[in-house]
Design a binder for this molecule. Sequence first.
Ligand code: GLA
Length: 720
Amino acid sequence: MAVLYHSDKHIFTLHTRNSTYQMMVDSYGSLLHLYYGARSSGFMDYLLTYEDVGFSGNPYVAGMDRTYSLDTLPQEYPTLGTGDYRSYALNVEHADGSQCCHLTFSHYEIRKGKYQLQGLPSVYAAAEEADTLEIVLEDVVSRVEVRLLYGVLEEIDVITRSVIIRNMGDDKITLKKASGACLDFLSGDYEILGFYGRHAMERNLERRKVVHGLTSFGSRRGASSHQHNPAMILADQDTTEDSGICYGMLFVYSGNFLCEAEKDQRDQTRLIMGLNTDWFSYPLGVGEEFRVPEVILSYSGEGLSKLSHNYHTCILEHVCRGRYVRETRPVLLNSWEAAYFKFNGETIVNLAREAAELGMDMVVMDDGWFGKRDHDDSSLGDWQVNEKKLGCTLAELIEKVNSFGVKFGIWVEPEMVNEDSDLYREHPDWAITIEKRSPVRSRNQLLLDFSRKEVREHLFEQVCAVLDQGKIEYLKWDMNRSMTDVYDGRLTYDYVLGVYEFLEKLTVKYPNLLIEGCCGGGGRFDAGMLYYTPQIWCSDNTDAVNRTRIQYGTSFFYPISAVGSHVSAVPNHQTGRVTSLHTRGIVAMAGTFGYELNPARLSKEERQAVKEQIQEYKKHEAIIRQGRYYRLSNPFSESFSGWMFVSEDQKEALVQVVRLSLEGNMAPLYVKLRGLNPERIYMDEAAGRTYPGAALMECGIPLLSPNEEYEACQMVLKEV
Ligand code: GLA
């Protein structure tokens, strides 16, 4: 059993293969956090110190003992109003307006298997793969009950946390803050790694010192956002890819979130991850409960690569669902950058013909096929096929596409409405607005209120009616604006749960449908969406050079199989940059791989190159999807971007490198490889040369000639 309770000391211990997590109920009933780190036996209560600290409150139960303060002790789930003035995980407002919640231990339960959260995505596991610890705390005065849930996936070094808050009292309460997890560290001088960005430039890595006071980031955009990803890493200052300690926190949620890191007056560090407090004020009637989305924790004592591997395994094997998780994904040709809104049925049929000739598996008809949508100012909400524009029915179009041996996929954006749509004309109140105020527009569209059942049901019918018209094997689920006009404190949360309910129903009804998430590219790239959509369009930026950074940042938490990535035309539509087809191919291969261009505009030589590129990708597809992914450089600070995939048995590896900057008379570029077996000899068949594994990792290998901007190279290594 990975969960132990030592009754004489009131200590709970969670063990994973390489980590230990420990907490204790003290004599006043407080649940104190003791330890999270390298696997260890024994008890860590010796770490606690008690001193009289000025201006730190002492709970009444401690009598005149001025050395007992929740302001200085490490806690599992700190709340506002207990004399702890640091950032807190939970804030409850009572009917009389007071904000205070003093939680003490009530009881616990240990059970086999992993808990699940009704209505929310969460890590799943077979009964023998996980254990659950549930600790129930309560505020004796208000009878607010807080159930702390811990899921322990021992083999993969993952601990999940979630919280269920129940109002067992006689009066209404309002949740003003609800977090999934808090981690307190008694000592250490740490750094925080976060992933910030913007539309078309998501998940840039930023590493900064945890300083005194609060460092926080999050989203109040209704979706997890392009601007900050719901993920953070706490690391020692000298932690690298291969060494040092680090802790990850990943939110399994696709809406407003808040990540906080605080160094307190005694140099202790507190991390909190949960729902954003802005626009959040959630009433709970008597007997009602609230489920806080899950946080996935992981610890690595062997640097950032190991931490990433823990998350990759967890997401691939315990978050993503459906047949495609373990299956080869189709190489697809998307119509967006090939034609934007300007296409008809013949355009799509031509793309399919080209796709077949070049060896692609699927054609996706992106935005523009419904209502009267020839621009982005109309028709969202009217999911009726524009047969006039297509020149045929959807069924006929799909049949033509299929006749080339090519599969068919389609784009939708069900959460949105244009004011110029029949849906809006009929149900203007279905759009999210605040009474008497004009709403904020974005991309000429408004959000539909997915917190309302009748709205979801109508849209569900509409989407199903499209999917039922023919053999549709892929759906791109888009969301192209942020939320505004939040009319009450429940909406931001209920909206996300509405989206989840919709997607759950859809995946149950269409188990063979591959759904790719999208939000103006990667504006909702999170573990919550990955529960329903095993891949997500990583960014609207298809520039190969920018993509090396976007995909680098994405790789810290998310597996390569989740990363939607395509080869697009040059000059690139977002940056105007010209890179070779080869370079674009190498970069797109570190993802689900596909094309975002019109093949008819390619030269004969380019067409041949595309054919070969697809064959090349298909050769390596298994190792890309299933192998261990290693970052070989930091493209934010180094002159190249490199990464590699290593098979589980370390017998094979695929190395991919892109030159990012050039100077005159450059020294050779030695790229140090990772993850190989140091004892083995590897062969590069293309070059006909062998190399010792240890040397490849110690000294690196000279790659790339210094005379071609954005040049890329690939090397396949096989054990001799
Ligand atoms: C978003 C997506 C694009 C494309 C357009 C269509 O921006 O990220 O890939 O589907 O919408 O409007």
